[in-house]
Design a protein around this ligand. Sequence first.
Ligand code: AP5
Ligand code: MG
Length: 214
Amino acid sequence: MNIILFGAPGSGKGTQAKFIMNRYGVQRISVGDILREYSNIPTILGKKIKKTMDQGKLITDKIVISSIRKKINQKSCRNGFLFDGFPRTILQAKSMKKENIFIDYAIELDVCEDLIYERILGRRVHISSNRIYHIKYSPPKIRGKDDITGEKLVVRKDDTENIIRTRLMEYKKFTKPLSKFYQMEEKNGNSKYFRINANLSIDQVRFLIKGILD
Ligand code: AP5
Ligand code: MG
């Protein structure tokens, strides 16, 4: 089972991806997490990625596609994979088709703009595990600390109001058109496309996803 999860920043991709991975045994591939790892490597490429991500802009298709290629060829993807935040452009989606990577389910998380700001500005993350919290909607047991390791939680560098604005612009320009793309894919019998109301609570969204994948 190969799945893609796409939606605006803060729509809940990472939150739901962890649940899908555990329930359905598919390998989660978060392009954002992969790129954040690259951005910590002090090479010219790493620095370039860091600069672009810190500005809230998309990384070039070429870099993204080559990093994905490496991942899906790994053994852990034998039972299928779940892309969190890929594809993010029509070119990325088409390149996947060209390489004969088939998507069974394309799930779009649809969320309104007001909630996006509230969710992202309240997000806290545990860097080494990529565990995601929210100060109000998914708080850690101890304020500011990861539930498992007790280590400090941090705010992602691109989680500021200004950068969220840019990320949203990038989303509308490059990623939103995937909605139509996957509707066409469904018409042509290639993938099943679902749009989910992601304004609902974490549990409610999870329930809707179960309804699709169970
Ligand atoms: P990425 O890391 O993917 O960031 P994003 O798309 O902006 O999405 P987020 O991770 O911010 O949000 P999310 O949807 O995962 O929400 P989450 O579950 O955390 O990408 C970062 C950057 O990498 C990009 O800007 C770009 O530069 C680059 N990049 C990545 N992929 C790329 C690609 N394919 N091509 C080119 N460049 C690429 O939830 C958010 C918060 O809300 C959390 O606190 C959570 O607890 C809470 N929450 C979640 N769901 C709910 C709910 N239903 N109700 C209440 N709270 C909720
Ligand atoms: Mg995410």
